[in-house]
Design a protein around this ligand. Structure first.
Ligand SMILES: Cc1cc2nc3c(=O)[nH]c(=O)nc-3n(C[C@H](O)[C@H](O)[C@H](O)COP(=O)(O)O)c2cc1C
Length: 219
């Protein structure tokens, strides 16, 4: 009996220590994206623009889900193909989502944001003032493992060229969703990549391509 009690205490202590660790991994389950409606394409094109003044209002979870689906969601489940094209269908771009509550990775198949950390790194995704206050900053990261680049391998200009092009399509989808939804957005090449990559916990074969801010525009 005494032995059993002695065993229970360390188990209890270890479990209590693990609670914050388990709780910190707070993935966000996204509602299913609404794949119909919105403004007619020509209206959305007519209203697409870059905006750099945002309120601190958050997007709803439904807006976030729709935004990410429009940008890089799966629109042909049978083939696992997406709303944006990618060279050789490598789909090497990962969309990271920096929110006040932390950094997340968009998992289009599972329909969730997988939490990477619980730190607010929005400000670090850019060098411009509005970046840190806008509710959503997307970071487009090319996972060069999909191009058979191992850690430490050299990444060629050609690899980067394709990833820049692939990110451009995602970015334009995001712009068009924002125009349709009355949200504001700006794609950004001004990203402090050397500082941001370690904050995001990226491997050397993951390359930050572009970032994109999304938020509610100041009227
Ligand atoms: C590849 C790329 C990088 C850009 N980088 C930035 C940036 O770092 N910061 C910024 O405020 N705007 C950036 N922009 C937005 C452009 O400044 C903007 O598209 C341009 O002024 C035209 O305005 P419009 O998007 O409203 O048509 C970038 C656009 C592209 C396509």
């Amino acid at each position: 009996m005494k032995k059993k009690k002695l065993l229970i205490y360390p188990i209890l202590i270890i479990s209590l220590l693990l609670v914050p660790v388990l709780l910190s991994a707070q993935d966000i389950i996204l509602p299913a994206p609404v794949k119909s409606g919105g403004k007619p394409l020509m209206d959305a094109l007519n209203e697409r623009q870059s905006l750099r003044e945002y309120t601190s209002d958050n997007l709803s979870l439904q807006q976030l889900s729709n935004l990410l689906w429009a940008g890089w969601g799966i629109n042909r489940l049978a083939d696992m193909k997406r709303t944006a094209p990618s060279a050789r269908n490598l789909q090497e771009i990962d969309v990271y989502v920096a929110l006040k509550s932390g950094l997340y990775l968009y998992d289009a198949q599972a329909g969730k944001l997988k939490q990477i950390n619980n730190r607010d790194i929005r400000k670090l995704t850019g060098t411009q003032d509005f970046v840190g206050d806008a509710p959503v900053n997307l970071v487009y990261v090319a996972d060069m493992i999909k191009r058979d680049k191992k850690e430490g391998d050299e990444i060629s200009d050609n690899d980067l060229l394709m990833s820049y092009a692939n990110s451009g399509f995602i970015s334009q989808n995001i712009y068009l969703y924002c125009a349709s939804e009355g949200l504001g957005s700006v794609v950004r090449g001004l990203v402090p990549r050397d500082q941001l990559a370690p904050e995001m916990g990226l491997r050397s074969n993951q390359v930050i391509i572009l970032a994109q801010t999304v938020g509610v525009p100041v009227k």
